[in-house]
Design a protein around this ligand. Structure first.
Ligand SMILES: NC(=O)c1ccc[n+]([C@@H]2O[C@H](COP(=O)([O-])OP(=O)(O)OC[C@H]3O[C@@H](n4cnc5c(N)ncnc54)[C@H](OP(=O)(O)O)[C@@H]3O)[C@@H](O)[C@H]2O)c1
Length: 183
């Protein structure tokens, strides 16, 4: 389904209140690094599987750069919402021109779907104040050449659960899957 929704002047807080839960999902390095040259920092099959499992059947909200970074376009088995100021249509995605319009669209589609904000940096930054839960894959690596970062969150969020098998820890890129809730 292809659609386009214009941004509007509605009070943004009012708009966010209609969504029961906004989740964010991200993989970060030791310094909250998330990307380089509009790509991910590392190929971690376990993390891609985790991402797929968590987000399948959900609504995913992303910025245009993140959409462009996807190798096969819109993500299957999910309602894709892409935020851009460009006047374009995107196959199998809902295109919106503001974060408020993204939330409005998610609300219209919701019908028991969960909502996941999937990046990138600018979109995480704008949604973080409105998020209820963070699904963060911590990669224990310093990515020196990163050029995009997840916003600072540590002061306002605490770990709810953490999961990582010996396989994750023994991986070329050791990592764990953490879920955060607000303090
Ligand atoms: N590690 C992870 O888990 C993870 C996840 C996702 C992404 N990433 C990485 O993050 C990087 C991309 O992040 P990014 O910050 O450069 O890009 P982004 O957030 O994906 O997209 C930025 C674009 O979104 C649109 N946009 C943002 N805010 C908007 C607003 N309020 N209203 C209308 N449009 C808006 C603009 O598109 P237009 O310019 O088209 O108007 C803007 O240029 C890549 O390296 C990617 O691989 C990492």
């Amino acid at each position: 389904m292809i659609s386009r929704m214009q941004g509007n002047a509605q009070n943004s807080l009012e708009v966010y209140e209609v969504i029961s839960m906004i989740n964010m999902i991200v993989a970060i390095g030791k310094n909250r690094e998330i990307g380089r040259g509009n790509e991910l920092l590392a190929h971690i099959p376990e993390d891609l599987k985790y991402f797929k499992k968590r987000t399948s059947g959900s609504i995913v909200i992303m910025g245009y750069n993140t959409y462009e970074s996807l190798p096969f376009g819109a993500l299957p088995k999910r309602e894709n919402i892409v935020i851009t100021r460009k006047d374009i249509d995107i196959p199998k995605a809902h295109v919106v021109s503001s974060i408020e319009a993204a939330v409005e669209k998610a609300k219209a589609l919701q019908d028991n779907h969960e909502v996941f904000v999937i990046g990138g940096a600018s979109i995480y930054e704008q949604f973080l104040p409105h998020a209820s839960k963070l699904f963060i894959t911590h990669i224990f690596e310093d990515f020196k050449d990163a050029d995009t970062y997840f916003p600072s969150f540590e002061d306002e969020w605490k770990i709810q659960s953490i999961d990582g098998s010996s396989e994750n820890i023994g991986h070329d890129y050791p990592h764990v899957f953490a879920v955060y809730e607000r303090k």
